[in-house]
Design a protein around this ligand. Structure first.
Ligand SMILES: [Zn+2]
Length: 178
């Protein structure tokens, strides 16, 4: 709207970057991984410097959540562990491990899609990201394209449990209703 705003900044809407994170989540879906995706934006340039999706099955690694893989990529890009010029977009509320990594990386802003009632560590099971006793407290916005994010997760678990089994999935990273 303003003449002072460069073109690329006009398109820095949370929905735009969550759309990119959703593309990653769909890649996870196609690879039969729990469909969670993340991207990291470099605020100064408006460029995405990391894209990742959950690869826990492929890598046989319990830490291979989308956020962890994206944070590692971004640290590699900056050659630094402090990601202070970034926004992390992730399709699902971060878990305890990922919230810890976000704090460790000093990421100043986090935008997520769906809440995870079973494992979310922003407002659902723990409040790690909002805990003022941490040495770093990011700004957090939830609920961006939440319907798309949770629909993908529901589709995934519906396909995996076609009989509608009510058994819980203790290995899941998310709280998609079963
Ligand atoms: Zn996680």
């Amino acid at each position: 709207m303003s003449d002072e705003v460069p073109d690329f900044l006009e398109d820095l809407s949370p929905e735009r970057f969550m759309g990119e994170a959703l593309k990653e989540a769909r890649r996870a879906f196609e690879a039969e991984e729990v469909p969670v995706g993340a991207v990291i934006l470099d605020v100064e340039s408006g460029r995405i410097v990391a894209r990742a999706h959950n690869q826990r099955e492929l890598l046989r690694d319990p830490t291979a959540h989308a956020e962890i893989l994206a944070i590692t990529q971004a640290a590699d890009y900056y050659k630094a562990w402090r990601l202070t010029g970034c926004v992390l977009y992730v399709t699902l509320e971060p878990c305890l491990m990922c919230a810890g990594a976000i704090v460790q990386a000093r990421i100043p802003e986090v935008v997520y899609g769906a809440v995870d009632p079973k494992a979310g560590a922003h407002c659902s099971t723990f409040e790690v990201l909002a805990n003022s006793s941490n040495n770093h407290v990011p700004r957090v916005q939830g609920g961006v394209l939440a319907d798309e994010s949770s629909a993908l997760l529901k589709d995934f678990f519906r396909q995996r449990r076609p009989g509608g089994a009510s058994r819980g999935d203790p290995g899941s990273t998310n709280g998609a209703p079963g």
